[in-house]
Structures are given as structure tokens and as C-alpha cells.
Design a binder for this molecule. Structure first.
Ligand SMILES: NC(=O)c1ccc[n+]([C@@H]2O[C@H](COP(=O)([O-])OP(=O)(O)OC[C@H]3O[C@@H](n4cnc5c(N)ncnc54)[C@H](OP(=O)(O)O)[C@@H]3O)[C@@H](O)[C@H]2O)c1
Length: 288
């Protein structure tokens, strides 16, 4: 298949490049294909004519989205609509990623794809708007909600990932306070990329939850990182109120991979196993 990947230099993008290596893959960098330039996006899609377009680009610094709401909606919603329109013109399947932060956390059990979203922050609202716009424009889509991503490339938009931040703080002997009242499922980008590669081989279009198995609080996630590394860190739990981030976040945003399960395609591992692999790989191949 000919696949155009937007955001190949990102955390998820880098693993998609590997997972899709058997395909004819086009990976235009941000400087040559900016999602915020709809005419250029349309021109590139018309000239390259991919069968699948995958978009990992987003404005996803969750706290900054609160004060830059118009940018969040431009990147995460309006630009995504323009991309969907351009994909529809060439009948290319569109793959787009969304977030667990579309939910308010009140369910207290893993969220299914058809649970009613109610975002608590601008980021979640802008990603939800992006979902609606994709659905309204072009039915040949895979909308993939995921959560707490960590991958070797580190998030470009966020300047790294949680695992690397924890390791850096421990190495600097900082006192580390991590929220213990937000529960999620950390998800490895390598696994998410593999699941994406499997989904695009099908024509089961629609909305999917794709996360690793199990769940934890951010504090428990940090504890497991240090336990696996055998590092003694000055780690203590805190609360969202004490942390006082600009954006409100759901207390519980665990997703159930319900539709994947129905298709017999939910082979994602437990987040602890993915973390162990990530840390092992980091030690074996430090510069990779
Ligand atoms: N990170 C998480 O924990 C998390 C959780 C749930 C959902 N998600 C979703 O998962 C997706 C991937 O996240 P990620 O962590 O892999 O992101 P990332 O590392 O920040 O990568 C984003 C990629 O998109 C490119 N990009 C940004 N703005 C662009 C634009 N206007 N036009 C074209 N390219 C642009 C970036 O290139 P430059 O760096 O060169 O600008 C980068 O290659 C996003 O949709 C995000 O909302 C992430």
C-alpha cells in the first residue's frame, strides 16, 4: 500500500515508520507539509495519491491548550477537517489519533467507544471536535483514541515522555511529586503502531480505543519505572489539587479496547510488560 504519514518524526510517528516498513511509505516533514496549510495538504495528497493517510500531528501540550484554545482548535479540529476533506477527494483511508481526555472520568469503569464523552479541558474538547469533523466528512476513517504514550523517540510536542522525565529527575536527585488521583493506561507507541498497521489491513472503519492492558495512577507508573531500574528515588504521591495544573484532567480515563476485542485483534500487552521492554531496550541500545 502507498501510505502518507504526517508526523513521522514524532514519538508515535517514529514507531509507525518501523511498523509500516513493508509498505511504500511517504514521510513528508512538518516544514514541507504543514497541516495548517490546507491548500498545500490538498496539493500533496492530489499529487502523491496515497491509499492511506495517517495523521499523528497534534497540539497536545494539555496545559498550554487552556490559554491557546484557538490554536488547539485550529490544529486538532479545523486542520483535521481539511485533511479529511482532502483524503475524501482522493478516496484515501484516513487514520487519526485522539485521546482518553475526551472523557470526564466519572464512569469508574473502563470506557467503551460508544460511551458519551465530556471533556474537562480544552485539549480534550478540541480533539473531540476533530473526531466529530472526521466522522461528518469522510466515512473511511480509523479514529484511534489512546492514552499516556511512551516511545523511544519521545514526544516532540511535549519535549520527551513521562518515563524519560522521571529518569532525568531521579538522576538529578530532585524530589519527585506525582499525582496519585488520576488513573490511566500507559501505552507503548510500538504496540500502538503495530495495532494501527493491523487495522489498516481491514475495512472495519470507525472509532477504536487502543491502549495497553491494565491501569495505574501516574504515581504508580513512576514507582514501577524506578522499581524496574532499581533506582532509589525521592518519590511521593500528591493530588491534582496540590499539583494545580492549568488544565483539569479526568480522575479515571482507562479505555477498554472493546471494538478491537470484538474483531479478535486485541493483542496488546500489559503496560508493565511494555515498560519492561522499553527500559530493557533503552539499556541495550542507548542511542537508538
Ligand atoms: N503523547 C501522549 O501521551 C498522547 C496521549 C493520547 C493521545 N495522543 C495523541 O497521539 C498522537 C501522537 O502523539 P505523539 O506523542 O506521537 O506526538 P509528537 O511526538 O508531538 O509528534 C507530532 C508530530 O506531528 C508533527 N507536527 C506537529 N504539528 C504539525 C503540523 N501543523 N503540520 C504537520 N506536522 C506537524 C511534529 O513535527 P515537528 O515536531 O517537526 O513539529 C511531529 O512529527 C497525537 O494525535 C496526540 O494527540 C498522545
Amino acid at each position: 500500500m502507498k501510505i502518507l504519514l504526517i508526523g513521522a518524526s514524532g514519538q508515535l510517528g517514529a514507531d509507525l515508520v518501523k511498523a509500516l516498513s513493508g509498505h511504500s511509505l511517504l514521510t513528508p516533514p512538518h516544514r514541507s507539509l504543514d497541516l495548517l496549510q490546507p491548500d498545500r495538504v490538498r496539493q500533496v495528497l492530489q499529487s502523491k495519491h496515497p491509499q492511506v493517510v495517517i495523521n499523528t500531528a497534534a497540539f497536545h501540550r494539555v496545559d498550554d491548550c487552556e490559554s491557546q484554545a484557538s490554536t488547539a482548535f485550529q490544529v486538532n479540529a479545523e486542520a483535521v477537517r481539511n485533511l479529511a476533506l482532502a483524503a475524501r477527494e482522493i478516496e484515501a483511508v484516513l487514520v487519526h489519533y485522539s485521546t482518553d481526555y475526551v472523557f470526564d472520568g466519572a464512569a469508574g469503569r473502563p470506557y467503551l467507544e460508544d460511551d458519551l464523552p465530556r471533556p474537562l479541558n480544552v485539549y480534550g474538547a478540541s480533539k473531540l471536535a476533530g473526531e466529530h469533523l472526521v466522522k461528518s466528512v469522510w466515512e473511511k476513517h480509523f479514529l484511534i483514541r489512546t492514552s499516556g504514550l511512551f516511545g523511544r523517540a519521545g514526544s516532540r510536542g511535549k519535549g520527551g515522555n513521562f518515563v524519560e522525565t522521571m529518569i532525568r529527575k531521579a538522576a538529578a536527585k530532585e524530589s519527585i511529586r506525582v499525582v496519585h488521583d488520576q488513573r490511566l493506561t500507559p501505552t507503548g507507541t510500538r504496540e500502538l503502531a503495530r495495532a494501527t498497521a493491523a487495522l489498516i489491513e481491514t475495512s472495519h472503519y470507525g472509532l477504536y480505543h487502543v491502549t495497553s492492558k491494565g491501569n495505574c495512577t501516574w504515581y504508580e507508573f513512576a514507582g514501577e519505572i524506578f522499581r524496574l531500574l532499581g533506582v532509589r528515588a525521592d518519590l511521593a504521591p500528591t493530588t491534582s489539587d496540590a499539583f494545580a495544573a492549568a488544565a483539569r484532567r479526568p480522575a479515571y480515563s482507562v479505555l477498554a479496547n472493546h471494538r478491537l476485542e470484538e474483531l479478535g485483534m486485541d493483542d496488546l500487552k500489559h503496560w508493565r510488560d511494555v515498560l519492561r521492554e522499553y527500559l530493557g531496550d533503552r539499556i541495550r541500545r542507548p542511542g537508538a
